[in-house]
Design a protein around this ligand. Structure first.
Ligand code: PMP
Length: 434
């Protein structure tokens, strides 16, 4: 037995010197840090991105899944294929056809949510120091994955049409001229988390052309694409180019996140590596969940359910936009998403959303400060507001409270010339979604 080093064992964490370098990239996400505050019943949470799934047909689901256990329990509660169940992969092809994708089930690997899909893609592609281009701002959970593999993130500017192709060219040239590699560009073309921006079809074409020209892989993350409000689903990047695009899909927002089922659609060579990586990570994706989802898709009106989700989230989006119109001070601006879960708000000059967060909590409203969605410290005047979970009335009330918090902060600033932040809620431990 080795005698513990005294210097080490007297520290708070006796393993402090044992961790691999890559763990330095593991941080509490800005969303999970707020979980405890945002979950207090008196607080209107515009922070979390929890889908509202209370209208799922629970009775029908219960009997379908119960029937499955009775008839096929020994099979569906056993280990399964590393690539995932074939029938579900066939059904996923039907889901993706709604966004113009023609794919073979052979090119799909099932993952434990699209989050694990992104983890596997990063694991097989990124060496420490490799560059990953991302939108400004981008999904906090992707930033966490990239930094856990010691990838270097570079943000590319976006506008109301999505990522700007000339920015992709400039960033790639800059990276390559310094002798480094751009491993891929990560994009959320539909209702970006956190900005809510929808990439226009024209912009998609331009981005594909740039990716082909520069020979860059695009990783298209698409959990919200079917949750459009007034538009039909938009053509996926993958429907425009099967060779340069790795596509990530998920049942978390169109069905339920607790099953933890997503997928990756990739060119054959990449797919082979992904299946090996999946086997080394989990042996196989969750078999019971896959059968449950497959049964749901076969026996329930899943398209009708998505329609219901669309109109329910649209009402909530409308309540948020109405509330912002009524309660935000001049100089504030925000996005007007056509789908998904999120609005991205920019505070007037001089405000800091991290600082304001504690004041907002004291007014019983929570949001996610913008800096969590950047790897480089930007976003201090921004916040992500989610409209997916609270009722429309609560969302509207949340904007009223937010307006009060901003007004109070402005008054203190005008009186004292500076504002003493009343403590930050970040760092509170709790699991949660993002
Ligand atoms: N990508 C984006 C853009 C997301 O917003 C989320 C969930 N918040 C995920 C991936 C992960 O989703 P899941 O693992 O539940 O499929």
């Amino acid at each position: 037995m080795t005698v513990p080093d005294k210097r080490v064992s007297t520290r708070l964490d006796p393993f402090v010197d044992a961790y691999a370098e890559r763990t330095e990239g593991l941080k509490v996400s800005a969303v999970r840090a707020l979980f405890a505050v945002a979950n207090r019943p008196e607080v209107v949470s515009l922070a979390g991105g929890m889908p509202n799934i209370s209208d799922l047909p629970l009775k029908a689901l219960g009997s379908a899944i119960g029937g499955l256990i009775e008839s096929r329990g020994p099979q569906i509660m056993n280990y399964g294929s590393g690539q995932g169940e074939e029938k579900l992969r066939e059904q996923i092809c039907e889901v993706m056809a709604l966004e113009g994708i023609e794919a073979s089930p052979d090119n799909i690997v099932i993952s434990c949510g699209s989050q694990q899909g992104l983890d596997l893609v990063t694991r097989i592609l990124v060496n420490p120091g490799d560059v990953i281009l991302v939108e400004s701002p981008t999904y906090v959970g992707a930033l966490g994955t990239f930094s856990s593999y010691q990838g270097k993130v570079i943000h590319v500017d976006t506008d109301d049409q999505g990522i700007i192709p000339s920015g992709v060219v400039a960033a790639t040239e800059m990276v390559r001229s310094s002798g480094r590699t751009v491993k891929f560009l990560y994009t959320i073309p539909n209702f970006n988390n956190p900005s809510g921006v929808l990439m226009s079809v024209e912009r998609r074409r331009e981005l594909i052309a740039v990716a082909q020209e520069l020979d860059i892989i695009l990783v298209e993350d698409n959990p919200y694409g079917l949750l459009t409000f007034d538009l039909p689903p938009q053509p996926a990047l993958r429907s425009m180019d099967a060779d340069h695009v790795i596509y990530l899909g998920s049942f978390s927002k169109t069905f339920a996140p607790g099953f933890r089922v997503g997928w990756v659609l990739a060119p054959p060579g990449v797919l082979k590596k992904l299946v090996l990586a999946q086997e080394s990570a989990t042996l196989c994706p969750p078999v019971f969940s896959q059968f449950a989802i497959s049964e749901y898709l076969s026996t329930c009106d899943w398209k009708g359910q998505i329609e219901q989700f669309r109109s329910m989230y649209k009402q909530r989006r409308d309540a948020l936009l109405r509330g912002l119109e009524d309660h935000m001070p001049p100089g504030t601006s925000w996005t007007h998403p056509e789908g998904g879960f999120f609005v991205w708000l920019t505070l007037p000059e001089g405000f800091d959303s991290d600082q304001l967060s504690a004041r907002a909590t004291s007014h019983r409203v929570a949001y996610v400060p913008g800096t969590g969605f950047y790897a480089d410290g930007l976003g201090s005047r921004n916040m992500r507001l989610s409209f997916c979970f609270p009722t429309p009335e609560r969302i509207y009330e949340g904007t009223r409270r937010l307006g009060e918090a901003i007004a109070e902060e402005a008054e203190l600033r005008a009186t004292f010339g500076f504002v003493n932040p009343c403590g930050s809620p970040s760092g509170l431990p709790a699991p949660g979604e993002s």
